[in-house]
Design a protein around this ligand. Structure first.
Ligand code: HEM
Length: 509
Protein backbone atom coordinates (compact mmCIF):
# COMPACT_ATOMS: atom_id res chain seq x y z
CA UNK A 1 0.00 0.00 0.00
CA UNK A 2 2.83 2.38 1.02
CA UNK A 3 4.71 1.60 -2.20
CA UNK A 4 1.61 2.45 -4.25
CA UNK A 5 1.20 5.77 -2.41
CA UNK A 6 4.91 6.56 -2.91
CA UNK A 7 4.68 5.77 -6.63
CA UNK A 8 1.62 7.96 -6.94
CA UNK A 9 3.37 10.93 -5.25
CA UNK A 10 6.45 10.43 -7.46
CA UNK A 11 4.22 10.37 -10.51
CA UNK A 12 2.44 13.58 -9.44
CA UNK A 13 5.79 15.29 -8.78
CA UNK A 14 7.14 14.17 -12.15
CA UNK A 15 4.00 15.42 -13.90
CA UNK A 16 4.21 18.79 -12.11
CA UNK A 17 7.85 19.06 -13.16
CA UNK A 18 6.96 18.52 -16.82
CA UNK A 19 4.11 21.07 -16.58
CA UNK A 20 6.47 23.57 -15.01
CA UNK A 21 9.24 23.17 -17.59
CA UNK A 22 6.60 23.54 -20.28
CA UNK A 23 5.16 26.67 -18.64
CA UNK A 24 8.63 28.23 -18.30
CA UNK A 25 9.45 27.42 -21.91
CA UNK A 26 6.13 28.91 -23.04
CA UNK A 27 6.70 32.11 -21.06
CA UNK A 28 10.21 32.43 -22.48
CA UNK A 29 9.07 32.11 -26.05
CA UNK A 30 6.38 34.81 -25.55
CA UNK A 31 8.69 37.80 -25.08
CA UNK A 32 10.70 38.97 -28.00
CA UNK A 33 12.16 42.33 -26.86
CA UNK A 34 15.31 42.99 -24.84
CA UNK A 35 14.80 41.97 -21.22
CA UNK A 36 16.60 43.69 -18.32
CA UNK A 37 19.89 42.10 -17.22
CA UNK A 38 19.95 39.70 -14.30
CA UNK A 39 22.03 37.12 -12.47
CA UNK A 40 22.37 33.55 -13.74
CA UNK A 41 19.54 31.25 -12.76
CA UNK A 42 18.83 27.58 -12.19
CA UNK A 43 16.12 25.60 -14.00
CA UNK A 44 12.78 25.50 -12.15
CA UNK A 45 13.71 27.63 -9.13
CA UNK A 46 15.32 30.44 -11.13
CA UNK A 47 17.05 32.83 -8.70
CA UNK A 48 15.30 31.59 -5.56
CA UNK A 49 18.54 30.15 -4.14
CA UNK A 50 20.22 33.59 -4.39
CA UNK A 51 17.36 35.25 -2.51
CA UNK A 52 17.16 32.86 0.42
CA UNK A 53 19.94 34.38 2.50
CA UNK A 54 19.00 33.64 6.09
CA UNK A 55 21.31 36.31 7.54
CA UNK A 56 20.63 39.46 5.52
CA UNK A 57 17.21 41.11 5.12
CA UNK A 58 15.70 41.19 1.60
CA UNK A 59 16.61 44.82 0.73
CA UNK A 60 20.30 44.10 1.41
CA UNK A 61 20.24 40.79 -0.50
CA UNK A 62 18.64 42.51 -3.51
CA UNK A 63 21.09 45.44 -3.23
CA UNK A 64 24.08 43.04 -3.14
CA UNK A 65 22.78 41.05 -6.12
CA UNK A 66 22.27 44.21 -8.20
CA UNK A 67 25.84 45.33 -7.41
CA UNK A 68 27.43 41.91 -7.96
CA UNK A 69 25.80 41.21 -11.30
CA UNK A 70 26.63 44.59 -12.70
CA UNK A 71 23.04 45.77 -13.20
CA UNK A 72 24.52 49.25 -13.38
CA UNK A 73 21.40 50.97 -14.71
CA UNK A 74 19.53 50.05 -11.54
CA UNK A 75 17.27 47.48 -13.12
CA UNK A 76 17.64 43.74 -12.55
CA UNK A 77 15.54 40.84 -13.78
CA UNK A 78 14.92 37.88 -11.48
CA UNK A 79 13.14 34.59 -11.95
CA UNK A 80 11.45 33.62 -8.69
CA UNK A 81 10.17 30.13 -9.43
CA UNK A 82 7.61 30.73 -12.17
CA UNK A 83 7.40 34.46 -11.47
CA UNK A 84 9.18 37.05 -13.57
CA UNK A 85 10.28 39.93 -11.40
CA UNK A 86 12.17 43.17 -11.85
CA UNK A 87 14.03 44.95 -9.06
CA UNK A 88 14.55 48.70 -9.33
CA UNK A 89 17.46 50.19 -7.41
CA UNK A 90 18.43 53.52 -8.95
CA UNK A 91 16.67 56.92 -8.77
CA UNK A 92 16.57 57.31 -12.58
CA UNK A 93 14.94 53.91 -13.03
CA UNK A 94 12.52 54.54 -10.13
CA UNK A 95 11.37 57.69 -11.98
CA UNK A 96 10.66 55.56 -15.07
CA UNK A 97 8.44 53.13 -13.13
CA UNK A 98 6.81 55.57 -10.68
CA UNK A 99 6.33 58.59 -12.95
CA UNK A 100 6.79 58.00 -16.68
CA UNK A 101 5.10 54.58 -16.67
CA UNK A 102 3.23 54.89 -13.35
CA UNK A 103 -0.14 53.83 -14.75
CA UNK A 104 1.26 50.62 -16.27
CA UNK A 105 2.64 49.62 -12.85
CA UNK A 106 -0.08 50.97 -10.55
CA UNK A 107 -1.66 47.64 -9.70
CA UNK A 108 -0.71 45.06 -7.09
CA UNK A 109 -0.72 41.28 -7.53
CA UNK A 110 -3.17 39.32 -5.39
CA UNK A 111 -0.72 37.29 -3.30
CA UNK A 112 -1.98 34.42 -1.15
CA UNK A 113 -1.02 35.98 2.21
CA UNK A 114 -2.51 39.37 1.37
CA UNK A 115 -5.74 37.77 0.17
CA UNK A 116 -6.20 36.06 3.54
CA UNK A 117 -5.30 39.04 5.71
CA UNK A 118 -7.07 41.74 3.71
CA UNK A 119 -10.33 40.03 2.86
CA UNK A 120 -9.47 39.26 -0.74
CA UNK A 121 -7.13 42.27 -1.06
CA UNK A 122 -9.95 44.76 -0.49
CA UNK A 123 -7.79 47.15 1.57
CA UNK A 124 -5.91 50.03 -0.10
CA UNK A 125 -2.25 48.97 0.02
CA UNK A 126 -2.62 45.53 -1.56
CA UNK A 127 -5.70 46.18 -3.64
CA UNK A 128 -5.66 46.02 -7.46
CA UNK A 129 -5.72 49.40 -9.22
CA UNK A 130 -9.20 50.56 -10.21
CA UNK A 131 -12.39 52.34 -9.12
CA UNK A 132 -12.65 50.52 -5.79
CA UNK A 133 -9.06 51.41 -4.82
CA UNK A 134 -9.56 55.05 -5.90
CA UNK A 135 -12.79 55.37 -3.92
CA UNK A 136 -11.46 53.81 -0.69
CA UNK A 137 -8.24 55.82 -0.81
CA UNK A 138 -10.28 59.02 -1.25
CA UNK A 139 -12.53 58.21 1.72
CA UNK A 140 -9.53 57.50 3.98
CA UNK A 141 -7.81 60.74 2.94
CA UNK A 142 -10.99 62.79 3.45
CA UNK A 143 -11.96 61.25 6.77
CA UNK A 144 -8.55 60.66 8.34
CA UNK A 145 -5.32 61.42 6.54
CA UNK A 146 -5.52 64.97 5.13
CA UNK A 147 -3.44 67.78 6.63
CA UNK A 148 -6.38 69.40 8.44
CA UNK A 149 -7.33 66.16 10.19
CA UNK A 150 -3.73 65.37 11.05
CA UNK A 151 -3.39 68.78 12.74
CA UNK A 152 -6.68 68.28 14.56
CA UNK A 153 -5.33 65.05 16.08
CA UNK A 154 -2.62 67.01 17.92
CA UNK A 155 -4.66 66.87 21.14
CA UNK A 156 -4.79 63.06 20.88
CA UNK A 157 -1.02 62.97 20.36
CA UNK A 158 -0.55 65.36 23.29
CA UNK A 159 -2.50 63.14 25.72
CA UNK A 160 -0.88 59.92 24.58
CA UNK A 161 2.62 61.41 24.69
CA UNK A 162 2.00 62.68 28.21
CA UNK A 163 1.07 59.14 29.33
CA UNK A 164 4.33 57.97 27.76
CA UNK A 165 6.32 60.69 29.58
CA UNK A 166 4.71 59.69 32.90
CA UNK A 167 5.75 56.09 32.25
CA UNK A 168 9.34 57.07 31.41
CA UNK A 169 9.51 59.23 34.55
CA UNK A 170 8.41 56.22 36.62
CA UNK A 171 11.37 54.19 35.31
CA UNK A 172 14.00 56.81 36.12
CA UNK A 173 15.71 57.01 39.47
CA UNK A 174 16.18 53.26 39.76
CA UNK A 175 18.02 52.62 36.51
CA UNK A 176 15.11 50.73 34.92
CA UNK A 177 15.37 50.38 31.16
CA UNK A 178 12.83 51.91 28.78
CA UNK A 179 12.04 49.42 26.01
CA UNK A 180 11.64 51.83 23.10
CA UNK A 181 10.00 49.62 20.43
CA UNK A 182 7.47 48.34 22.96
CA UNK A 183 6.56 51.82 24.25
CA UNK A 184 6.52 53.42 20.81
CA UNK A 185 4.28 50.71 19.38
CA UNK A 186 1.88 51.22 22.27
CA UNK A 187 1.96 54.99 21.68
CA UNK A 188 1.43 54.75 17.90
CA UNK A 189 -1.40 52.22 18.16
CA UNK A 190 -3.15 54.43 20.76
CA UNK A 191 -2.83 57.44 18.45
CA UNK A 192 -4.13 55.49 15.44
CA UNK A 193 -7.00 53.93 17.39
CA UNK A 194 -8.21 57.23 18.83
CA UNK A 195 -7.80 59.12 15.54
CA UNK A 196 -9.27 56.50 13.21
CA UNK A 197 -11.61 54.46 15.43
CA UNK A 198 -12.61 57.04 18.05
CA UNK A 199 -11.12 55.13 21.00
CA UNK A 200 -8.73 52.35 21.95
CA UNK A 201 -10.75 49.23 21.21
CA UNK A 202 -11.16 46.15 23.38
CA UNK A 203 -8.57 43.50 22.49
CA UNK A 204 -5.91 45.94 21.27
CA UNK A 205 -3.05 43.90 22.89
CA UNK A 206 -4.20 40.67 21.20
CA UNK A 207 -4.62 42.58 17.91
CA UNK A 208 -1.05 43.94 18.21
CA UNK A 209 0.29 40.46 18.97
CA UNK A 210 -1.39 38.90 15.94
CA UNK A 211 -0.39 41.81 13.72
CA UNK A 212 3.27 41.22 14.60
CA UNK A 213 2.79 37.55 13.68
CA UNK A 214 1.22 38.46 10.33
CA UNK A 215 3.57 41.33 9.53
CA UNK A 216 6.56 39.00 9.06
CA UNK A 217 4.82 37.45 6.07
CA UNK A 218 2.89 40.40 4.67
CA UNK A 219 3.70 41.18 1.08
CA UNK A 220 5.97 38.15 0.76
CA UNK A 221 5.53 35.35 -1.79
CA UNK A 222 3.92 32.08 -0.71
CA UNK A 223 4.74 28.76 -2.43
CA UNK A 224 1.46 29.04 -4.38
CA UNK A 225 2.45 32.54 -5.63
CA UNK A 226 5.87 31.33 -6.74
CA UNK A 227 4.74 28.08 -8.37
CA UNK A 228 1.12 28.76 -9.40
CA UNK A 229 0.99 25.81 -11.78
CA UNK A 230 2.10 23.28 -9.10
CA UNK A 231 -1.45 23.13 -7.77
CA UNK A 232 -1.11 19.62 -6.39
CA UNK A 233 1.63 20.78 -4.02
CA UNK A 234 -0.03 23.97 -2.76
CA UNK A 235 -1.77 22.10 0.05
CA UNK A 236 1.46 20.31 1.07
CA UNK A 237 3.71 23.39 1.01
CA UNK A 238 1.40 25.91 2.67
CA UNK A 239 3.19 26.01 6.06
CA UNK A 240 2.85 29.77 6.56
CA UNK A 241 -0.68 29.81 5.26
CA UNK A 242 -1.99 27.95 8.30
CA UNK A 243 -0.16 30.35 10.63
CA UNK A 244 -1.69 33.33 8.81
CA UNK A 245 -5.19 31.86 8.82
CA UNK A 246 -4.98 31.26 12.57
CA UNK A 247 -3.77 34.80 13.31
CA UNK A 248 -6.32 36.29 10.94
CA UNK A 249 -9.21 34.47 12.64
CA UNK A 250 -8.29 36.09 15.96
CA UNK A 251 -7.97 39.53 14.35
CA UNK A 252 -11.29 39.08 12.57
CA UNK A 253 -13.12 38.42 15.85
CA UNK A 254 -11.71 41.64 17.35
CA UNK A 255 -12.64 43.75 14.32
CA UNK A 256 -16.15 42.26 14.24
CA UNK A 257 -16.54 43.59 17.75
CA UNK A 258 -15.21 47.05 16.81
CA UNK A 259 -17.71 47.36 13.95
CA UNK A 260 -20.55 46.05 16.13
CA UNK A 261 -19.84 48.72 18.78
CA UNK A 262 -19.75 51.47 16.16
CA UNK A 263 -22.96 50.27 14.53
CA UNK A 264 -24.75 50.19 17.89
CA UNK A 265 -23.49 53.70 18.62
CA UNK A 266 -24.78 54.97 15.27
CA UNK A 267 -28.15 53.22 15.70
CA UNK A 268 -28.64 54.55 19.24
CA UNK A 269 -27.41 58.03 18.38
CA UNK A 270 -25.00 57.62 21.31
CA UNK A 271 -21.55 59.22 20.95
CA UNK A 272 -18.85 59.11 23.64
CA UNK A 273 -15.96 59.98 21.37
CA UNK A 274 -17.02 63.40 20.19
CA UNK A 275 -17.90 62.90 16.53
CA UNK A 276 -17.72 60.64 13.51
CA UNK A 277 -14.55 58.63 13.02
CA UNK A 278 -13.36 56.77 9.91
CA UNK A 279 -15.33 53.62 10.83
CA UNK A 280 -18.56 55.58 11.39
CA UNK A 281 -18.08 57.29 8.05
CA UNK A 282 -17.51 53.95 6.30
CA UNK A 283 -20.57 52.35 7.92
CA UNK A 284 -22.76 55.34 6.99
CA UNK A 285 -21.54 55.27 3.39
CA UNK A 286 -22.04 51.51 3.13
CA UNK A 287 -25.61 51.81 4.43
CA UNK A 288 -26.48 54.81 2.27
CA UNK A 289 -25.94 52.84 -0.92
CA UNK A 290 -24.70 56.08 -2.52
CA UNK A 291 -21.19 54.88 -3.25
CA UNK A 292 -20.12 54.42 -6.85
CA UNK A 293 -18.63 51.04 -5.96
CA UNK A 294 -20.79 49.49 -3.19
CA UNK A 295 -18.80 48.28 -0.18
CA UNK A 296 -19.30 45.39 2.20
CA UNK A 297 -18.71 44.67 5.87
CA UNK A 298 -15.50 42.78 4.94
CA UNK A 299 -14.21 45.79 2.98
CA UNK A 300 -14.48 47.94 6.13
CA UNK A 301 -12.57 45.28 8.07
CA UNK A 302 -9.79 45.33 5.46
CA UNK A 303 -9.48 49.12 5.78
CA UNK A 304 -9.31 48.91 9.58
CA UNK A 305 -6.34 46.50 9.36
CA UNK A 306 -4.68 48.70 6.72
CA UNK A 307 -4.85 51.84 8.84
CA UNK A 308 -3.74 50.05 11.99
CA UNK A 309 -0.87 48.19 10.31
CA UNK A 310 0.20 50.98 7.93
CA UNK A 311 0.14 53.63 10.60
CA UNK A 312 1.62 51.94 13.65
CA UNK A 313 4.67 49.90 12.66
CA UNK A 314 6.04 52.51 10.27
CA UNK A 315 6.04 55.40 12.75
CA UNK A 316 7.30 53.07 15.50
CA UNK A 317 10.24 52.04 13.31
CA UNK A 318 10.98 55.69 12.43
CA UNK A 319 11.14 56.89 16.06
CA UNK A 320 13.12 53.84 17.21
CA UNK A 321 15.71 54.21 14.42
CA UNK A 322 15.94 57.99 14.98
CA UNK A 323 16.66 57.43 18.65
CA UNK A 324 19.12 54.60 17.83
CA UNK A 325 21.02 56.80 15.38
CA UNK A 326 21.19 59.63 17.92
CA UNK A 327 22.57 57.22 20.55
CA UNK A 328 25.13 56.00 18.00
CA UNK A 329 26.01 59.61 17.05
CA UNK A 330 26.25 61.66 20.30
CA UNK A 331 27.07 64.79 18.25
CA UNK A 332 23.67 64.62 16.56
CA UNK A 333 21.89 63.89 19.84
CA UNK A 334 23.53 66.92 21.51
CA UNK A 335 22.62 69.23 18.61
CA UNK A 336 18.98 68.06 18.47
CA UNK A 337 18.62 68.25 22.24
CA UNK A 338 20.11 71.74 22.43
CA UNK A 339 17.72 72.91 19.73
CA UNK A 340 14.56 71.62 21.42
CA UNK A 341 15.65 72.86 24.85
CA UNK A 342 16.42 76.35 23.56
CA UNK A 343 13.19 76.68 21.57
CA UNK A 344 10.99 75.55 24.47
CA UNK A 345 13.09 77.04 27.29
CA UNK A 346 11.00 77.66 30.40
CA UNK A 347 7.88 76.03 28.91
CA UNK A 348 5.91 73.27 30.61
CA UNK A 349 4.25 71.93 27.48
CA UNK A 350 5.49 71.76 23.90
CA UNK A 351 3.07 73.15 21.35
CA UNK A 352 2.81 70.85 18.33
CA UNK A 353 2.65 73.66 15.79
CA UNK A 354 5.97 74.93 17.19
CA UNK A 355 7.42 71.42 17.09
CA UNK A 356 6.66 71.18 13.38
CA UNK A 357 7.79 74.72 12.55
CA UNK A 358 10.61 75.58 14.94
CA UNK A 359 12.73 72.46 15.14
CA UNK A 360 14.52 72.41 11.78
CA UNK A 361 17.37 70.22 13.01
CA UNK A 362 15.10 67.53 14.49
CA UNK A 363 13.25 67.53 11.17
CA UNK A 364 16.57 66.83 9.41
CA UNK A 365 17.22 63.99 11.87
CA UNK A 366 13.87 62.38 10.99
CA UNK A 367 14.48 62.89 7.26
CA UNK A 368 17.92 61.30 7.48
CA UNK A 369 16.44 58.43 9.52
CA UNK A 370 13.93 57.80 6.74
CA UNK A 371 16.77 57.76 4.20
CA UNK A 372 18.96 55.34 6.14
CA UNK A 373 16.10 53.20 7.50
CA UNK A 374 13.02 53.52 5.28
CA UNK A 375 10.39 51.48 7.18
CA UNK A 376 9.38 49.81 3.89
CA UNK A 377 12.81 49.33 2.29
CA UNK A 378 11.34 47.31 -0.59
CA UNK A 379 7.80 48.33 -1.56
CA UNK A 380 5.23 45.57 -1.84
CA UNK A 381 5.41 44.25 -5.42
CA UNK A 382 3.50 46.00 -8.17
CA UNK A 383 2.34 44.12 -11.27
CA UNK A 384 2.78 45.15 -14.88
CA UNK A 385 -0.71 45.79 -16.41
CA UNK A 386 0.47 45.95 -20.02
CA UNK A 387 3.71 45.03 -21.74
CA UNK A 388 5.87 48.16 -21.53
CA UNK A 389 9.21 49.36 -22.83
CA UNK A 390 11.16 51.01 -20.03
CA UNK A 391 14.49 52.57 -20.94
CA UNK A 392 14.76 50.21 -23.91
CA UNK A 393 13.94 47.09 -21.86
CA UNK A 394 10.77 45.07 -22.39
CA UNK A 395 8.78 44.46 -19.22
CA UNK A 396 6.31 41.66 -20.01
CA UNK A 397 2.71 41.67 -18.79
CA UNK A 398 2.28 40.43 -15.18
CA UNK A 399 5.95 41.01 -14.29
CA UNK A 400 6.25 41.81 -10.58
CA UNK A 401 8.13 45.03 -9.89
CA UNK A 402 9.94 45.63 -6.61
CA UNK A 403 11.29 49.09 -5.80
CA UNK A 404 14.30 48.93 -3.47
CA UNK A 405 13.92 52.33 -1.73
CA UNK A 406 16.73 51.45 0.67
CA UNK A 407 19.26 50.95 -2.16
CA UNK A 408 17.98 54.08 -3.92
CA UNK A 409 18.54 56.16 -0.76
CA UNK A 410 22.15 54.92 -0.69
CA UNK A 411 23.01 55.33 -4.36
CA UNK A 412 26.57 56.78 -4.25
CA UNK A 413 25.91 58.77 -7.44
CA UNK A 414 23.30 60.82 -5.59
CA UNK A 415 24.41 60.61 -1.96
CA UNK A 416 27.87 61.48 -0.62
CA UNK A 417 29.08 59.07 2.06
CA UNK A 418 25.73 57.25 1.84
CA UNK A 419 26.26 54.83 4.75
CA UNK A 420 26.88 57.59 7.30
CA UNK A 421 24.14 59.25 9.31
CA UNK A 422 24.49 62.96 8.51
CA UNK A 423 21.26 64.99 8.99
CA UNK A 424 23.04 68.12 7.71
CA UNK A 425 23.00 66.67 4.17
CA UNK A 426 19.36 67.85 3.91
CA UNK A 427 20.26 71.40 5.01
CA UNK A 428 19.92 73.90 2.18
CA UNK A 429 18.58 71.06 0.04
CA UNK A 430 15.17 70.97 -1.63
CA UNK A 431 15.01 67.17 -1.43
CA UNK A 432 11.82 66.17 0.32
CA UNK A 433 9.61 63.09 0.70
CA UNK A 434 6.79 64.40 -1.48
CA UNK A 435 7.45 61.84 -4.21
CA UNK A 436 9.12 64.32 -6.56
CA UNK A 437 12.73 63.47 -5.70
CA UNK A 438 13.38 59.95 -6.87
CA UNK A 439 16.62 59.56 -4.89
CA UNK A 440 14.57 59.78 -1.68
CA UNK A 441 11.41 57.67 -1.53
CA UNK A 442 10.55 56.79 2.08
CA UNK A 443 6.84 57.26 1.31
CA UNK A 444 6.99 56.13 -2.32
CA UNK A 445 5.85 58.19 -5.32
CA UNK A 446 3.14 58.24 -7.97
CA UNK A 447 -0.39 56.91 -7.69
CA UNK A 448 0.39 54.39 -4.95
CA UNK A 449 2.37 56.84 -2.81
CA UNK A 450 1.64 56.70 0.92
CA UNK A 451 -1.48 58.77 1.71
CA UNK A 452 -0.46 58.84 5.41
CA UNK A 453 2.85 60.71 5.06
CA UNK A 454 1.75 63.85 6.93
CA UNK A 455 0.24 61.76 9.72
CA UNK A 456 3.31 59.48 9.93
CA UNK A 457 5.71 62.43 10.02
CA UNK A 458 3.78 64.24 12.78
CA UNK A 459 3.51 61.01 14.79
CA UNK A 460 7.29 60.62 14.60
CA UNK A 461 8.37 64.24 15.24
CA UNK A 462 6.19 64.98 18.24
CA UNK A 463 7.21 62.13 20.60
CA UNK A 464 10.89 62.60 19.71
CA UNK A 465 10.77 66.32 20.57
CA UNK A 466 9.16 65.56 23.95
CA UNK A 467 11.55 62.73 24.81
CA UNK A 468 14.62 64.87 24.02
CA UNK A 469 13.24 67.86 25.90
CA UNK A 470 12.33 66.07 29.12
CA UNK A 471 15.06 63.42 29.44
CA UNK A 472 18.74 62.69 29.03
CA UNK A 473 19.40 59.24 27.57
CA UNK A 474 22.07 56.63 28.27
CA UNK A 475 22.89 53.21 26.82
CA UNK A 476 22.52 50.29 29.27
CA UNK A 477 25.55 49.42 31.42
CA UNK A 478 28.20 47.56 29.46
CA UNK A 479 27.00 48.81 26.05
CA UNK A 480 29.21 51.41 24.37
CA UNK A 481 28.62 53.54 21.28
CA UNK A 482 30.94 51.17 19.40
CA UNK A 483 29.35 47.92 20.58
CA UNK A 484 25.78 49.22 20.18
CA UNK A 485 23.92 46.83 17.83
CA UNK A 486 22.36 48.45 14.75
CA UNK A 487 21.38 45.31 12.80
CA UNK A 488 17.92 44.95 11.27
CA UNK A 489 15.09 42.48 11.58
CA UNK A 490 12.69 42.00 8.65
CA UNK A 491 8.91 42.39 9.03
CA UNK A 492 6.09 44.48 7.59
CA UNK A 493 8.42 47.35 8.36
CA UNK A 494 12.09 46.83 9.13
CA UNK A 495 12.85 47.29 12.81
CA UNK A 496 15.89 46.64 14.97
CA UNK A 497 17.17 43.13 15.49
CA UNK A 498 17.56 43.74 19.21
CA UNK A 499 15.20 45.93 21.22
CA UNK A 500 16.42 49.46 21.86
CA UNK A 501 16.53 49.67 25.66
CA UNK A 502 17.74 52.93 27.23
CA UNK A 503 18.08 54.58 30.64
CA UNK A 504 16.27 57.90 31.07
CA UNK A 505 17.21 60.68 33.49
CA UNK A 506 14.72 63.57 33.83
CA UNK A 507 16.13 66.87 32.62
CA UNK A 508 15.44 69.84 34.88
CA UNK A 509 15.59 73.04 32.85
C1 HEM B 1 6.67 57.10 8.88
C2 HEM B 1 5.51 56.63 8.51
C3 HEM B 1 5.18 55.97 7.19
C4 HEM B 1 5.99 55.53 6.18
C5 HEM B 1 7.51 55.62 6.10
C6 HEM B 1 5.13 54.99 5.14
C7 HEM B 1 5.58 54.48 3.93
C8 HEM B 1 4.77 53.97 2.94
C9 HEM B 1 5.23 53.42 1.68
C10 HEM B 1 6.70 53.33 1.25
C11 HEM B 1 4.15 53.02 0.99
C12 HEM B 1 4.14 52.27 -0.35
C13 HEM B 1 4.32 53.17 -1.52
C14 HEM B 1 4.36 52.40 -2.82
O1 HEM B 1 4.08 51.20 -2.87
O2 HEM B 1 4.70 53.05 -3.81
C15 HEM B 1 2.98 53.29 1.80
C16 HEM B 1 1.69 53.03 1.41
C17 HEM B 1 0.60 53.23 2.22
N1 HEM B 1 0.60 53.79 3.48
FE1 HEM B 1 2.18 54.54 4.46
N2 HEM B 1 3.83 55.10 5.55
C18 HEM B 1 3.80 55.70 6.79
C19 HEM B 1 2.70 56.02 7.52
C20 HEM B 1 1.40 55.72 7.19
C21 HEM B 1 0.24 56.04 7.98
C22 HEM B 1 0.27 56.81 9.29
C23 HEM B 1 -0.83 55.51 7.32
C24 HEM B 1 -2.28 55.54 7.70
C25 HEM B 1 -2.75 55.56 8.92
C26 HEM B 1 -0.35 54.89 6.10
C27 HEM B 1 -1.14 54.26 5.18
C28 HEM B 1 -0.68 53.78 3.96
C29 HEM B 1 -1.56 53.20 2.94
C30 HEM B 1 -3.07 53.00 3.04
C31 HEM B 1 -0.75 52.86 1.85
C32 HEM B 1 -1.19 52.24 0.52
C33 HEM B 1 -1.35 53.30 -0.55
C34 HEM B 1 -1.83 52.74 -1.90
O3 HEM B 1 -1.46 51.61 -2.25
O4 HEM B 1 -2.57 53.45 -2.59
N3 HEM B 1 1.01 55.04 6.05
N4 HEM B 1 3.38 53.87 2.97
Amino acid sequence: MEAVAFNFISFVLFLSFIILIHAQWKNKSKTSGKLPPGPWKLPIIGNLHQLSNSVLPTHRVLGELAKKYGCSQGIMRLQIGEISAVVVSSPAMAKEFLKTHDLAFATKPELVTNKIIFYNCSDIAFCPYGDYWRQMRKICVMELLNGKNVRSFSSIRHDEIHSLLAYVRSTSGHGQLVNFPERMFLLMTSIICKSAFGKVFTGREEFMEQLKEMSELLGSFDFADVFPSWRVLHGLCGGNKNRIIKAHRKVDAIIENIIKEHREKLENGRDESGGDCLIDALIRQMDSGDLRVPISHDNIKAIIIDMFAGGSETSTATTVWAMSEMMKNPRVMAKAQTEVREVFKGKETLDEKDIMEQLPYLKLVVKETLRCHPPFPVFSPRECREESIVNGYTIPLKTKVMINAWAIGRDPEYWKDPDSFIPERFEESSIDFTGNHFQYLPFGAGRRMCPGHAFGFANSMSPLAHLLFHFDWKLPNGVTVDSFDMTEKPGLSVGRNTDLCLIATPHIA
